[in-house]
Design a protein around this ligand. Structure first.
Ligand SMILES: Nc1ncnc2c1ncn2[C@@H]1O[C@H](COP(=O)(O)OP(=O)(O)OP(=O)(O)O)[C@@H](O)[C@H]1O
Ligand SMILES: [Mg+2]
Length: 158
């Protein structure tokens, strides 16, 4: 049996924390879909099209990483794709409560789907898209925290 995993998020923008989790997922599962949530935020910095393009470019040489979008209930999307696993990343205790709630709710909504949590390498545990945008907009350096392509795109936004 081949295992397909879905890693959902807003990825606005993709950070090296996300990349770390995706690469771990790509090693653990046969295939992983980076599923970009449409309509999550009213005012995203990067459009859905830009986020798709960035993720596809970053994982261009990773043949078992796919980039897609979804809307509505995550479990419906996972079932539609015939995936078995939802991947989520855990940075700190602060992520735990929300992730725990979501995992149990999703388990109730669809008992066939398992949520798997992974920890990133230590140096990425404090990175979030929100913090990257905030630091960058105030003139701080984000190199090493996001893929080079994301850094370039951030510069073009200003
Ligand atoms: N640095 C990181 N290390 C491990 N997991 C992460 C990291 N950043 C995000 N994740 C996980 O990736 C998934 C998608 O998260 P999301 O798209 O909300 O990213 P985010 O960085 O938290 O963005 P935002 O700041 O906009 O909330 C979640 O499971 C989240 O916990
Ligand atoms: Mg988040």
């Amino acid at each position: 049996m081949s295992t397909l995993a879905v890693y959902p998020g807003s990825f606005d923008p993709l950070t090296n924390g996300h990349v770390d989790i995706i690469l771990r997922g790509a090693r653990l599962f046969d295939r992983i879909i980076v599923a970009i949530l449409v309509n999550a935020e009213k005012k995203p910095l990067f459009s859905i099209a830009e986020r798709i393009e960035i993720a596809r470019e970053v994982f261009t040489s990773q043949s078992n990483v796919e980039v897609d979008t979804f809307d509505g209930l995550l479990v419906d999307y996972v079932a539609k794709r015939q995936a078995q696993v939802i991947v989520r990343g855990l940075r700190a205790v602060s992520d735990f409560e929300f992730e725990f709630q979501m995992a149990l709710m999703n388990q109730r909504l669809d008992a066939q789907i398992e949520t798997v949590f992974m920890m990133p390498a230590e140096q990425y545990t404090y990175i979030s898209s929100r913090l990257i945008k905030e630091v960058f907009s105030l003139g701080g350096r984000v190199s090493g925290l996001v893929p080079d392509l994301v850094e370039q795109r951030l510069r073009q936004k200003v």
